[in-house]
Design a protein around this ligand. Structure first.
Ligand SMILES: O=C(CO)COP(=O)(O)O
Ligand SMILES: O=C[C@H](O)COP(=O)(O)O
Ligand SMILES: [Zn+2]
Ligand SMILES: [Zn+2]
Length: 316
C-alpha cells in the first residue's frame, strides 16, 4: 500500500473512540523506532516532518527512509504529514514532494488572514489529493521558531467553538488543531494541567464527526527526565500532559495526537546512559541502537494510551 491520506484513519478513529499517533521524525533511528512499534502491533501511523526536520535531514533522505517503511509494511496505513507549515509555499512544496497531508498553521495571524491562507492551501492540496490540517487558538510553549503563549496562560487562549465552526465552513479544511490546554516542548506545566474537555465537546456538538487534533501532547515522561538528569543532563522539573488526559481526549473528537518531545527525551536519555556507563564507547551503533529501542518501547506504550494499537486493518 502506498502512503495514504489521513481520511480513513480519522473516520475509524472518530467512530472507534481512539486517536492516531502523529510522531515527528528527523532521522533514520527515530523513524525505525516508531515504525518497529507500529509493525509489531499493526497500528495506523502518521509520520510528521517539521520545516526544521526538512532542513536538518534533507527531505530527499527523509522521504527515502519513509518510503522504505511503507514498502516494508504493506498492510499498514502510513501517512506522511507536514507539521506546522508556515506558508502557502512550504505547503505547496510538500504537496509536490509527495506528502499526503499538510498542516498550514495560520493561528498566529488574525482570523481573516488565517482563513484566507488556509483556504488557499486547501484548494491546492485538494486538487492534488492531499488533505489539510489547520490551527485555531494559541498553544503554549515553542513550536519551530514561533514562541506561543506562556504555559501559565494556555487556558486563556482556548479555541472558540463558534469561531471553529466558521473557520471549518469557510476553509473546507479536513481537520483542525485546537487549543484545549496543551503546550509544546519539555517545559510545559508546573503542575498537572486539566484539559478543556468542554471545548472539544462543544466543537464536536457543532460539527459532528469532524476530526480534531491535539498538539503539544507529550507527557514529559519522568522515566526519561530522571535518566537524563542522572547521567549529566540538566532538565528542570516540569510536567507534561498526563497520559490519562490523552486517553480521555482520544475517546472524544480528538483523532490525531502529536508527540515529539517524548521521542527526543527517550533517545537522549539512552544516549546519555551509554556515554556515562561506558565512556570508552565510540561506535554510534552502540548508543543510537539503544536509543532506537527506547523509542520503540515508548511508542508501543503510547499506542495503548491512544487506543490505536492493532487498528491498522480498520483504518485502510
Ligand atoms: O505538537 C507537537 C508537534 O507538532 C509535539 O508536541 P510535544 O512537544 O508535546 O511533543
Ligand atoms: O511543534 C513542533 C515540533 O515539535 C517540531 O519541532 P522542530 O521544529 O524543532 O522540529
Ligand atoms: Zn501554532
Ligand atoms: Zn505542534
Amino acid at each position: 500500500m502506498p502512503l495514504v491520506t489521513t481520511k480513513k484513519m480519522f473516520d475509524a478513529a472518530y467512530k472507534g473512540g481512539y486517536a492516531i499517533g502523529a510522531f515527528n521524525v528527523n532521522n533514520m533511528e527515530i523513524t525505525q523506532g516508531i515504525v518497529n512499534a507500529i509493525a509489531k502491533t499493526k497500528s495506523p501511523l502518521i509520520l510528521q516532518v517539521s520545516k526544521g526536520a526538512r532542513k536538518y535531514a534533507d527531505m530527499n533522505y527523509l522521504k527515502a527512509i519513509i518510503d522504505v517503511a511503507v514498502e516494508q509494511n504493506p498492510d499498514i496505513p502510513i501517512a506522511m504529514h507536514l507539521d506546522h507549515g508556515d506558508s502557502f509555499e512550504t505547503c505547496k512544496q510538500c504537496v509536490d514532494d509527495g506528502f499526503t497531508s499538510v498542516m498550514i498553521d495560520g493561528s498566529h495571524h488574525e482570523l481573516e488572514e488565517n482563513i484566507a491562507i488556509t483556504k488557499k492551501v486547501v484548494e491546492y492540496a485538494h486538487d492534488h489529493g492531499v488533505v489539510v490540517e489547520a490551527e485555531l487558538g494559541q498553544l503554549g510553549g515553542i513550536e519551530e521558531d514561533v514562541v506561543g503563549v506562556s504555559s501559565d496562560d494556555v487556558m486563556k487562549h482556548l479555541t472558540d467553538p463558534d469561531q471553529a465552526v466558521e473557520f471549518v465552513e469557510k476553509t473546507g479544511v479536513d481537520s483542525l488543531a485546537i487549543a484545549c490546554g496543551t503546550s509544546h516542548g519539555a517545559y510545559k506545566f508546573k503542575e498537572a494541567p486539566k484539559l478543556a474537555y468542554d471545548v472539544i465537546e462543544k466543537i464536536s456538538e457543532k460539527i459532528p464527526e469532524f476530526p480534531l487534533v491535539m498538539h503539544g501532547s507529550s507527557s514529559v515522561l519522568p522515566e526519561f527526565k530522571d535518566l537524563i538528569n542522572k547521567y549529566g543532563g540538566d532538565m528542570p522539573d516540569a510536567m507534561g500532559v498526563p497520559e490519562e488526559a490523552i486517553t480521555e481526549a482520544s475517546k472524544m473528537a480528538i483523532c490525531k495526537v502529536n508527540i515529539d518531545t517524548d521521542l527526543r527525551m527517550a533517545l537522549t536519555a539512552k544516549i546519555r546512559e551509554v556515554f556515562a556507563t561506558n565512556p570508552s564507547e565510540f561506535d554510534p551503533r552502540k548508543y543510537l541502537g539503544p536509543g532506537r529501542d527506547a523509542i520503540e518501547n515508548m511508542v508501543l506504550h503510547k499506542l495503548e494510551v491512544l487506543g490505536c494499537s492493532g487498528k491498522a486493518a480498520e483504518c485502510k
